[in-house]
Write a protein that binds this ligand. Structure first.
Ligand SMILES: Cc1cc2nc3c(=O)[nH]c(=O)nc-3n(C[C@H](O)[C@H](O)[C@H](O)COP(=O)(O)O)c2cc1C
Length: 358
C-alpha cells in the first residue's frame, strides 16, 4: 500500500491568494504545475489522446505549464516528446486547451529547442548549438540501444535568426491552439542556456563574446514570442545555478544573467521561472537560484525545486517568490491543489508515477 505524506502544521494560506500577471491574466491561486515531460506523444509528435484528461485533471492550478514542446523536429532529443510545428499539432493541442478551459483552468505551452541534446536517432540530423561543445555525460535509451550525445555544430549567425523565427512560428501555433500564453524554455541546459553560458558559447560574433552577446539569443526569442502574444503572455524559465545537461558555471556567467534580466525589465513578460533545483552553486553561498533572480528581477517570479506545500507557502509569504511550481508532487497528485488546500495527505512521487502506472 502507498504511504501517504501527512501535511505539516504551518499554514499554506499564502498559496491561496490570487495573483494578476502583468497584462491582466488573473491566477486564482499561487500554485503552478511545473512543466514535466511525459514521453507519450503520438507517431507525428502530437500530444496523445490522454493528454487532455491529464492536464484537465490538474486544472485547479493557478497556472498549468505543458511538458516541453518541440519548436522543430530537428530538436528532438528524447522519446515521444510532443511538438508545435505541424498543423496537426495545433489541432491536437486545441483539444487539450479546450478541456482545461472547460474546467476553468489556464495553460501555457512550454516552447523547447534542445540544441546539443537533440539526437540524430530521432531528428535525422546533426545537433546544433551555440558552439561545437559536446555534452559527454547525458545518455538515454532507445529500446535496447544506448544513445550517446553527438558533437553539435555551431549555428551560423543567419541560422540563429532562423531558430528565433521557429520560436515565433511555434508561439503563433500555440496561440492558434487556444493556449493562454507560452513559456520559453531557457533552463536546464538546452539551446537557450547553451547560448547563455561561456562553457557552451565560445562565439566571437554578435551572439556571443560578451555578456550582452551571450544574452542576446534569449532576448530575441522573448521579443519574437511577445510580437505574437503581446504583453503578459510570455514567460521565461531560467536556471542560473547551472545544473542540468552537463552545464558548467563559469566566473562571469552571473553577469550574463543579470544583463538578460535588466534587458527583460523593458519587455512586457509575464514572469521569470526558476528551473530544476534551488541548490548547488547558490546553496554554497547560502542563497538560492530564486534569491539570485529575485535580486535582479523586479517582476513576477515562480520558485521551484524540492518544495513541499508548507515550505513553498513560507517562501511565498516571505515574498521570496510570488508563485510556486510543483513538478513531482503534481505528477503524483492530479488533485494536488484541492488536496493541499483541504490539508489532506499527498501521494509521494515514485517510479510508478513517472511511468504513468498510477
Ligand atoms: C519526469 C520529469 C519531467 C520533467 N520535464 C521537464 C520539462 O519538460 N521542462 C522543464 O522545464 N522541466 C522539466 N522537469 C523539471 C520540473 O519542471 C521541475 O523543475 C523539477 O521536477 C523540480 O521540481 P519539483 O521538486 O517540484 O519536482 C521535469 C521533471 C521531471 C521529474
Amino acid at each position: 500500500m502507498t504511504e501517504l505524506i501527512a501535511p505539516e502544521s504551518p499554514s499554506i494560506h499564502s498559496l491561496q491568494k490570487p495573483l494578476t500577471l502583468p497584462g491582466g491574466l488573473t491566477l486564482p491561486n499561487r500554485v503552478v504545475q511545473a512543466p514535466c515531460t511525459r514521453n507519450r506523444a503520438t507517431a507525428d509528435l502530437s500530444p496523445s489522446a490522454g493528454a487532455s484528461d491529464y492536464y484537465a485533471a490538474r486544472a485547479e492550478a493557478g497556472l498549468l505549464i505543458t511538458e516541453a514542446t518541440l519548436i522543430t523536429p530537428d530538436a528532438q532529443g528524447y522519446l515521444d516528446t510532443p511538438g508545435l510545428f505541424l498543423d496537426s499539432h495545433v489541432a491536437a493541442w486545441s483539444v487539450v486547451t479546450r478541456a482545461v478551459h472547460d474546467r476553468g483552468g489556464r495553460i501555457f505551452a512550454q516552447l523547447w529547442h534542445t540544441g546539443r541534446i537533440s539526437h540524430s536517432h530521432w531528428s535525422g540530423c546533426q545537433p546544433v548549438s551555440a558552439s561545437a561543445v559536446l555534452d559527454p555525460i547525458l545518455r538515454r535509451q532507445a529500446g535496447a540501444n544506448t544513445l550517446y550525445n553527438e558533437m553539435p555544430r555551431a549555428l551560423s549567425s543567419d541560422e540563429v535568426w532562423g531558430v528565433v523565427a521557429l520560436f515565433r512560428r511555434a508561439a503563433q501555433r500555440a496561440l492558434d491552439a487556444g493556449f493562454d500564453g507560452v513559456e520559453i524554455h531557457g533552463a536546464n541546459g538546452y539551446l537557450i542556456e547553451q547560448f547563455l553560458r561561456q562553457h557552451t558559447n565560445r562565439r566571437d560574433d554578435d551572439w556571443g563574446g560578451s555578456t550582452a552577446g551571450r544574452s542576446r539569443f534569449a532576448l530575441e526569442v522573448v521579443r519574437a514570442c511577445l510580437a505574437v502574444w503581446g504583453p503578459g503572455r510570455v514567460g521565461l524559465r531560467l536556471s542560473p545555478a547551472a545544473y542540468f545537461g552537463e552545464m558548467q558555471w563559469r566566473e562571469g556567467d552571473n553577469e550574463t544573467y543579470i544583463n538578460l534580466l535588466q534587458n527583460l525589465a523593458f519587455e512586457a513578460i509575464a514572469y521569470v521561472h526558476t528551473g530544476v533545483v534551488e541548490d548547488k552553486f547558490y546553496a554554497e553561498l547560502g542563497a538560492t537560484s530564486s534569491a539570485f533572480l529575485r535580486q535582479h528581477w523586479p517582476g513576477v517570479l515562480i520558485g521551484n525545486g524540492g518544495y513541499s506545500p508548507e515550505s513553498a507557502a513560507q517562501q511565498v509569504a516571505k515574498k521570496s517568490f510570488d508563485l510556486i511550481a510543483f513538478g513531482k508532487l503534481f505528477l503524483a497528485n492530479p488533485d494536488l491543489v484541492p488536496r493541499m488546500f483541504a490539508r489532506a495527505p499527498l501521494l509521494p512521487y515514485t517510479a510508478e508515477t513517472m511511468l504513468g502506472l498510477r
